[in-house]
Design a protein around this ligand. Structure first.
Ligand code: AP5
Ligand code: MG
Ligand code: ZN
Length: 207
């Protein structure tokens, strides 16, 4: 299955992606994770994207589209993939349409006050694991033992900017995919496992 996870910053895309990988075994392509790993490794791309990400701005479309196009050409994407955080603008969606066809776009819808609590309490591990201080109090990852960190863009100013950018540039994708008949919206203010049941009920119809 070829799917996209759409949703505001902190809606729970990465969290659901992890559960989808476990259940369906499709590759998880997160542009945010790809950029963060480039920053950690100190690559040329990492140096370029850092200033955009810290401020909560989008990385320019050309760079993001190039990275995703290359990734989709890899062998493991032949039978399906899950995009998390891409596309995030109309030009990105148009580029994706040229590269492949999608089976569904899952839009995770959560109110801004829930989002704010999720982002300000989030803790991340470099292995990709995601936690929240309300449910996980250790400073080390349960999966790999490494020390957890707070993302540079999970501070008040970048959070504000990311939500603004989302409203202006990403939200129009909801009607873009609605018109194509691909949009499936789930409201996810309930627990992670209950949200996953909703996601699963959509994905099971695609198999
Ligand atoms: P990216 O890494 O994609 O960040 P984002 O879109 O802001 O989304 P987040 O990762 O912050 O949230 P999420 O929805 O994954 O939530 P999570 O599961 O972690 O992008 C970062 C930056 O990279 C962008 O700002 C931009 O600069 C750049 N970039 C990336 N893609 C780009 C693109 N296509 N074009 C241009 N630039 C791009 O959950 C959040 C918290 O909530 C966690 O603590 C989690 O434990 C908790 N939680 C999740 N679900 C629940 C639940 N149901 N109940 C209770 N708690 C929950
Ligand atoms: Mg994420
Ligand atoms: Zn870890």
């Amino acid at each position: 299955m070829k799917i996209v996870l759409l949703g505001a910053p902190g809606a729970g895309k990465g969290t659901q992606a992890d559960l989808i990988v476990k259940e369906y075994g499709i590759p998880h392509i997160s542009t945010g994770e790809a950029f963060r790993s480039n920053i950690t490794k100190g690559t040329e791309i990492g140096l370029f994207v850092k200033s955009y990400m810290e401020k909560g701005l989008l990385v320019p479309d050309e760079v993001t589209i190039e990275i995703v196009s290359m990734r989709l050409k890899e062998d493991d994407c032949k039978n399906g993939f899950m995009l998390d955080g891409f596309p995030r603008s109309i030009p990105q969606a148009q580029a994706l349409d040229k590269a492949t066809s999608l089976d569904a776009v899952i839009n995770i819808d959560v109110s801004y006050d829930v989002i704010y609590k999720r982002l300000t309490g989030r803790r991340n591990c470099s292995c990709g694991a995601i936690y929240h201080v309300s449910t996980y109090t250790s400073n080390n990852c349960a999966k790999c033992g490494k020390e957890l960190f707070i993302r540079d863009d999970d501070k008040e100013e970048p959070i504000k900017k990311r939500l603004e950018v989302y409203e202006k540039i990403t939200q129009p994708l909801i009607s873009y995919y609605e018109k194509k008949g691909l949009l499936k919206t789930i409201v996810s203010s309930d627990a992670i496992s209950d949200t996953f049941l909703k996601v699963k009920s959509i994905l099971d119809t695609l198999i």
